[in-house]
Design a binder for this molecule. Sequence first.
Ligand code: PPE
Length: 296
Amino acid sequence: MNGELVGWDDANVHVLSHALHYGTSVFEGIRAYATDKGPAVFRLDEHMERLVNGCKAYQIPLDYSASELANAAKDVIRSNELPAAYIRPIAFRGLGAIGLNPTNARVEVIIAAWEWGAYLGEEALRNGISIGVSSWRRIDQQSLLPGSKGGGAYLNSILARLEAEAGGFDEALLLNDQGFLAEGSGENLFLIRDGVVYTPPSFSGVLPGITRHSVATLLRESGIEVIETSLTRSDAYAAEEAFFTGTAAEVTPIRMIDHRPVGDGKPGPITQQAQTMYMEAVTGKNADHTDWLTIV
Ligand code: PPE
């Protein structure tokens, strides 16, 4: 916390922290996995670079570089003796200003880590989830920055997630302002048809996910075509396979979209392959991608 290792009970902020009132924060979600060489963080530098870029975009001045933040994340895992972890860095506007100009609010940076199992449950990873198109639209680039993980922007995801669960779905699928498919509340979307994999492009308002990039790379390397293009609700209903990707969600198969089974309602072969390849890469079992791992 602000450059020091601080115990759980002492890691507190003031009630008049700017971010608590206005969502003036940028955060990351990163995972470390147990490997033969001990805990290894997956694509640590890319995550910290996205954090630094998000702070720049939302004008939150940072005293730390991406590589300093990466080293601090390693310290947090080491000092907690975590074999595997979910790592949550956040930079936010703290005490010093109430009112919409945050300039005088000091910037605080914390990195927390804890063990966090399957985001949507083990069952979700095995058999897939049921999702529903949300009545809420994904935040648009004319109002916010969909490519950054700004804290306040997640109220959009939270509205969609609560609505989805109240409606009996496991997760939401948000459309963008033009009605094209965007993403889940905290996951990128992939659809498969005739052996080709499709995912919405970043200009559709999705967060350009690091898991999305990793999975697309692994699929392409295994000879499968991956196309970034605008997708419609019809494409979702016609898909033979579908899955979500995210640091927390990893590769989660989708078995139903708006009560319509995806394919035969079971995770299909390309989805399973993507899941296997991803888990191999994050646990150091893909010799071509050990560069994606930072050994703690
Ligand atoms: N879209 C959104 C909106 C999103 O929040 C995430 C990550 C992704 C896509 C996938 O991005 P990436 O992790 O780089 O592959 N969501 C994070 C937060 C989840 C949470 O509940 O908090 C995560 O997966 O860590």
